[in-house]
Design a protein around this ligand. Sequence first.
Ligand SMILES: *[C@@H]1O[C@H](CO)[C@@H](O)[C@H](O)[C@H]1NC(C)=O
Ligand SMILES: *[C@@H]1O[C@H](CO)[C@@H](O)[C@H](O)[C@H]1NC(C)=O
Ligand SMILES: *[C@@H]1O[C@H](CO)[C@@H](O)[C@H](O)[C@H]1NC(C)=O
Ligand SMILES: *[C@@H]1O[C@H](CO)[C@@H](O)[C@H](O)[C@H]1NC(C)=O
Ligand SMILES: *[C@@H]1O[C@H](CO)[C@@H](O)[C@H](O)[C@H]1NC(C)=O
Ligand SMILES: *[C@@H]1O[C@H](CO)[C@@H](O)[C@H](O)[C@H]1NC(C)=O
Ligand SMILES: *[C@@H]1O[C@H](CO)[C@@H](O)[C@H](O)[C@H]1NC(C)=O
Length: 409
Amino acid sequence: MAKQQLLMLGIRASFHTLSAVLVAGVIFTTVFLSRKVLPKEHPQSDGAPNVEDGRDCNLFEGKWVFDNESNPIYKEEECKLMSDQLACEKFGRQDSSYKFWRWQPHTCNLPRFNATKLLESLRNKRMVYVGDSLNRGQWVSIVCMASSVIKNPKLMHMHNNGSNLISFKSLEYNATIDFYWAPLLVESNSDDPTNHRLPERIVRIQSIERHARHWTESDIIVLNSYLWWRMPHIKTLWGSFETLNGTYKEVEMVRVYEMALQTLSQWLEVHVNSNRTKLFFMSMSPTHERAEEWGGKTNQNCYGETSLIDKEGYNGRGSDPKMMRVVENVLDGLKRRGLNMHMINITQLSEYRKDGHPSIYRKQWEQLKEDQVLDPSSYSDCIHWCLPGVPDVWNHLLYAYIVDNHHST
Ligand SMILES: *[C@@H]1O[C@H](CO)[C@@H](O)[C@H](O)[C@H]1NC(C)=O
Ligand SMILES: *[C@@H]1O[C@H](CO)[C@@H](O)[C@H](O)[C@H]1NC(C)=O
Ligand SMILES: *[C@@H]1O[C@H](CO)[C@@H](O)[C@H](O)[C@H]1NC(C)=O
Ligand SMILES: *[C@@H]1O[C@H](CO)[C@@H](O)[C@H](O)[C@H]1NC(C)=O
Ligand SMILES: *[C@@H]1O[C@H](CO)[C@@H](O)[C@H](O)[C@H]1NC(C)=O
Ligand SMILES: *[C@@H]1O[C@H](CO)[C@@H](O)[C@H](O)[C@H]1NC(C)=O
Ligand SMILES: *[C@@H]1O[C@H](CO)[C@@H](O)[C@H](O)[C@H]1NC(C)=O
């Protein structure tokens, strides 16, 4: 746990460099294209039922297929917004097969990913990812995917002033894709985008307004929150951080998680215009911290893994089914009250990908100690995901909902 927390808490804003990259040019693009209905895409013809028949098929049951023709969608070194936390090749990863897998649902095909179509469907819209560093990684992924078809760098704009909000914009399409840092969604003492390395976590489970007002008015909202909750009990605060008379209480985590998601869902119910806004919740991103779970050596983790787990239905202990149930229940409740939030169920498909994590191939924020250098698994990151890689597939699933109008889970 200590190692896991260190890794998670050690995530500094790795985007400082980014702000320097992009030019905020004043550009007068006269784009008067209307939001026309996109033509239906022809399904891939490789045997499986086509996506038009399968618009309500379960996209999350399937298998990984090695496909170095259509993957990766972008090159690591060509994505100007790549984060040093995820750029595995840049930090020495030699094997490359982790970039080449595509997800194949059992009963239908995913629509072919087309970054231009994505940008077209985001024209004059704002999409925002809200959550923790896994969600930020997914945001980097979609920005890399989208910018891969933007040839003129002057037509993209990046804004990062060190606040919770990082913003990417395609000027040609007037399409904004933002990331908002709120690792527990509700307010907590880990809300600072850079300094969230704190000895004790405190959550204000009833308060979300301070964050949510920055993203409620969006067309697409993609939320996640999981790993930061993983401890048996959480200190909760009723009252505010600023006043000294708040009430603190240690509460069992699953219960607190539920209360926090209720706060979120109440906020959404009151403030979100369901005619405008599409809501998504990313399910738990699994970790690969214990190799013995998949038949590897004890005291090892994802370090050195280059192949997939091929046991159908494999589940590691890094995923908490109780928390998954909580999310389902909260989403069911929202739906009964007329607000549809889709869960993008990435847990199972990502479980197979023990090869997909950066392990030692990422920027280290702190100088490694001698004993760490001798034992690479001791400082391996088995939580986040290399890019290009697994989060591209998460976004491809989102794409099926956003662009291709897939509508069931
Ligand atoms: C997520 O998908 C997996 C694989 O299809 C399935 O076993 C699991 O029940 C799903 N979970 C939820 C909450 O839908
Ligand atoms: C894809 O992989 C196969 C087998 O590893 C290899 O023969 C082929 O050259 C690769 N194609 C591309 C485009 O990299
Ligand atoms: C991607 O979509 C754009 C816009 O809809 C279209 O012009 C282009 O042909 C598509 N590319 C491919 C490879 O299908
Ligand atoms: C640009 O997009 C934003 C949403 O991000 C929207 O509010 C605004 O009206 C759009 N501008 C134009 C000129 O359509
Ligand atoms: C940073 O940018 C956001 C909007 O993108 C703005 O609301 C905020 O005031 C800015 N913060 C600082 C410190 O400039
Ligand atoms: C807590 O303290 C603040 C000022 O510090 C005061 O305005 C507020 O009424 C107090 N609340 C309670 C419940 O005592
Ligand atoms: C959403 O659209 C429906 C039908 O067009 C309309 O009756 C309803 O008032 C709208 N709701 C909101 C919140 O705008």
